[in-house]
Design a protein around this ligand. Structure first.
Ligand code: SAH
Length: 348
């Protein structure tokens, strides 16, 4: 029985489920969830991420990590963690860049926070014997400073959706239509604030909880984190639930478990949660982050080394930084403790 049919049977018996629970089931149902069974990253798969666009992305994140580590006073043991490492491409480029500073490379104990069994296997193949895995932040060691990166991780964490109706706020739920197929519906919800009828807002307690737990660890253990994702820089509204299969948007209800399912990250809520936990936090666009870390010089160096690949390298640079490509939609949030902000996040 497909996940769609199982969910329909459960909803027929137990009633509609919220969008957050629907996301969790589609992504992580042990039997049929997308990440549990068929995650497919890359050109031949369902979606492409920045580390798969270009090695420059991971190399510059590696430079950020080395500089952040030096800013911490070069602690001789450091937990280098990645949340949602996908096929391991980002960490593999980070570790190559880390060799620029052998003391940093030697200090790092590499940890991967990963829910997906097939992706853990891919990461193990890509990275060799070095990494250790945790199911969540709670599984990371807490006796050394923590440097954590996550690219397109927060967008997988479940969000609730609320819609304004003439009678007040309602939560968007997945129920059944007259033919017994999955269909969106609404149930009354207690939510403060007013908005024009039909306005949709999203709230992700899971994104905020992750940021709060991460920030609390950084306050206790020392360290810094860099979370890169697509999402909003200002509080906003709109339905951003999106299912991607073979690079195409598909109907989230028709493709349960067969497509990647994400929402735009609510960065204002992520930063607020980190600050509430006692850390400092700030946001840049991906283009600003990569430019400040020197992507233009890195591209020029790669083109000098490989003149035959100059056009491809220019295309990668554009894809990562151009305003009409990934440069502005994608944002980078840093979380750290005072006194010193991490690289690229110093006030200009
Ligand atoms: N960072 C990679 C992959 C992004 S896809 C890249 O940029 O290419 C999202 C990743 O997050 C996958 O590795 C997925 O298995 C993982 N993931 C999603 N939800 C998770 C959760 N709740 N806990 C741990 N890992 C999760």
């Amino acid at each position: 029985m497909s996940l769609r049919d199982r969910l329909a049977a459960e909803i027929a018996a137990g009633g509609p489920i919220g969008v957050a629970e629907f996301m969790t089931r589609c992504l992580h149902d042990p039997q049929d969830g997308y990440y549990a069974t068929r995650p497919a990253l890359g050109e031949a798969g369902d979606f492409v991420t920045a580390p798969l666009v270009s090695q420059m992305f991971g190399e510059l994140v590696g430079v950020w990590l080395i500089e952040a580590w030096r800013g911490l006073g070069a602690p001789p043991r450091t937990i280098l963690a990645e949340a949602g490492p996908g096929d391991g491409a980002l960490m593999s480029d980070v570790l190559r860049a880390a060799r620029l500073d052998p003391a940093f490379a030697a200090a790092c104990e590499v940890w991967l926070v990963e829910a997906s069994a097939p992706l853990r296997q891919a990461q193990g193949r890509r990275l060799g014997g070095a990494p250790r895995w945790a199911d969540s932040l709670a599984g990371l060691p807490d006796d050394a400073p923590l440097l954590l990166v996550g690219n397109e991780f927060l967008d997988c964490l479940p969000a609730r959706q609320f819609q304004r109706t003439a009678q007040g706020w309602a939560e968007r739920v997945v129920g059944l239509d007259d033919a017994g197929a999955l269909a969106f519906g609404l149930r009354p919800a207690a939510l403060a604030g007013d908005a024009p009828v039909r306005t949709v807002i999203e709230r992700s307690p899971a994104q905020a909880a992750f940021a709060a737990e991460l920030a609390a660890r950084i306050v206790r253990q020392g360290g810094a984190a860099l979370l890169i994702d697509y999402g909003r820089a200002e509080p906003g509204c709109g339905d951003t639930l999106q299912a991607l299969q073979r690079h195409r948007k598909v109907d989230p209800l028709a493709s349960a478990g067969e497509a990647d399912l994400t929402v735009h990250v609510d960065f204002p809520a992520v930063l607020a949660a980190a600050r509430e936990a006692g850390a400092s936090a700030a946001l840049l666009t991906q283009a600003e982050l990569l430019r400040r870390l020197g992507i233009e010089a890195r591209a020029a160096a790669l083109k000098t080394a490989r003149p035959d690949r100059a056009d491809a390298i220019d295309r990668q640079l554009q894809r990562l930084t151009a305003a009409d490509q990934m440069g502005e939609l994608f944002k980078a949030a840093a979380i750290w403790t005072e006194p010193a902000p991490p690289p690229a996040f110093e006030a200009p």
